[in-house]
Design a protein. Structure first.
Length: 233
């Protein structure tokens, strides 16, 4: 079932085009997906996105993330060329947060600047197949880029390839956006990502979700996952 959506519109100044922003729920009640009618300008072309956590120095590289983090209770921002996912803690109410996020997004599009600095050296290139990659690693990267990533992004999140241990057969991945702190993320990883990788690449024995140091969630989920969590892989 498609998540419920809300369509917001604000008229831009006469010198700028009008922008429509569709607001879509995600499987994570702590995250909302904002889909603008115009592409989000990034400093580099990439099919993946940029994940920022409040208080992280990396957020200084994103003028848009800095704006959104001024909104009370916003804890995470994921920026991709087609959408922006905003995450909150359990103290904030979307009814209060959403209008402020909408206003900052409209101001951002009116300014016409890049959402992430063009000289950002941490541009995600996780699935780029390198000359030094083995055939197994190349297959894993291609599956993540072509089959897995588009499905995860449908729910306002993303998944990054972080390594493969040939000795254990474990693929290391990192979740971003609405996938962080989502009650159904573990089910998605096991029933979706892991099963697909193991089906197509016999050397894969499982997956491991890694979290960057200092990027722990600022909130804990206080409810049980649903009986039939949404899995879109």
């Amino acid at each position: 079932m498609r998540a419920a959506t809300t369509l917001l519109r604000r008229t831009a100044p006469r010198w700028a085009r009008s922008v429509f922003i569709q607001v879509e729920k995600t499987p994570n009640p702590f995250s909302l997906k904002f889909l603008p009618s115009q592409p989000v300008k990034l400093g580099a072309e990439t099919s993946s996105g940029f994940h920022f956590t409040k208080g992280d120095a990396e957020a200084n590289k994103s003028p848009l993330a800095r704006k959104l983090f001024t909104v009370d209770h916003v804890t995470g921002v994921f920026i991709q060329q087609d959408f922006v996912t905003v995450s909150k803690n359990d103290e904030g109410a979307w009814s209060t947060i959403k209008p402020h996020v909408f206003s900052h997004l409209m101001d951002f599009f009116a300014e016409g600047v890049d959402a992430v600095s063009a000289d950002d050296e941490s541009t995600p290139r996780d699935t780029e197949i390198l000359d030094t990659d083995s055939e197994v690693v190349a297959m894993i990267k291609e599956l993540i880029e072509v089959r897995i990533r588009p499905a995860v992004q449908e729910d306002g999140g993303d998944i990054f390839y972080r390594g493969f241990d040939e000795a254990t057969g474990l693929v290391q991945v990192e979740l971003a956006g609405s996938c962080v702190g989502c009650p159904s993320s573990s089910v998605t990883l096991t029933n979706g990502v892991e099963n697909m990788l193991m089906h197509y690449v016999e050397e894969v024995r499982g997956i491991e979700n890694v979290t960057p140091a200092g990027d722990e969630d600022e909130f804990k989920l206080s409810f049980d996952p649903p009986d039939n969590p949404h899995v879109s892989i």
